[in-house]
Design a protein. Sequence first.
Length: 298
Amino acid sequence: MSAVATRPAGSPRPAGTGETRPPVVLRKAPRSPWGWLRGVAITVVSLIFAMPVVWMIAAALKTNVQVTDPTVGLIFSPTLDNFRNILADGEILRSMGNSLIVGLASTAFSVVIAVPAAWAVGRFSMQRTGSVVLVARIVPAVSLLVPWYYLFAQVGLVGTYTVLILSHMFVSVPLILWIMIGFFEGLPVELEEAARTDGLTAFGAFWRIALPLAAPGTATASVLAFIFSWNNFMFALILADENTKTMPVTLFSFISYASTDWGGLMAAAALMTVPVVLAAVFGQKYLVAGLTAGATKG
C-alpha cells in the first residue's frame, strides 16, 4: 500500500501544484440613512457658503452692465477688463502692500508680547491679569477711535504705519493671548519641571520646552490675528492717509453717491481674498498638526 500525503486543513498550498486560491473580495458596508443625510447636509452648507465667492468671481469677470442685469447668470463671455483697470494706476497694489506691512508687523509684535504672557498666565495662575487683558478685547474698538486720533495727532503719528500697527495690536494681543493660554495649559507641566530640575531657569524651560511644543498653536493664533488685521476697515479709515490706506479702505472708494463700480469692486475683492485664502490654508496645516501632536513628539 502506497502512502498518501495529506495536507492539514488551512495550510498554504505548495508552489507548482497548479492550485489557485479564490480572490478575497472586501465589500463595503452599506451607508446608513444618517450617513447619507449627513453627506447631503454638508453638500448643502458648502454650496451656501461657496455661492458668494462664486458670485464675486463671476461679477469680477463681467462688465458693469452684465453685473446689474438679472438675466445674465453664470453663462457669459468673461472679460479681464476689470482687473486691467484696477491694476493700471497701481493703487490696488500699493494698498495690498500697505495691508501686508501692517498685518505682518502687527502680528509679529503681538506674538512676541502675547505668547510669553500667555505662558506666564497659564503656568503661574495669573488669571486676574488675564481677565484685565480680556477687557481690552471686550471694549468696542470703535469707541476708542476718537481719543486715539486725538492722542496720535498730538505726536504726529496719524497717517503713518506706526499708528495702524499699534491700533491693530490692541485687538491682536488679547486674541493671541487667550488662544495661547488654553494651549499652554494643555501642555504637561512635568516636562518643564524636568527641564528646571536639569538646571534650566523658568524662562529657559519656556524657550526650549514649552515654546517648541506650542508652535502649532502659535501659528494658528498668528493666522487669525493676520486675517483680522487684513480685513480691518475702521482703523485705517480714520487713522490712515492716502499713502498708508489699506485694501478695505481702497475697496470702499469704488462706492460713490451716484454709482458703484461693481465690476472693479468685485475684481479688487477677489484680489484681496487671495492672501486670506493662502493664510487660511497655511493655518489649517499647522492646526491639524497641533491637534495630532502629543507632548512627547520629537
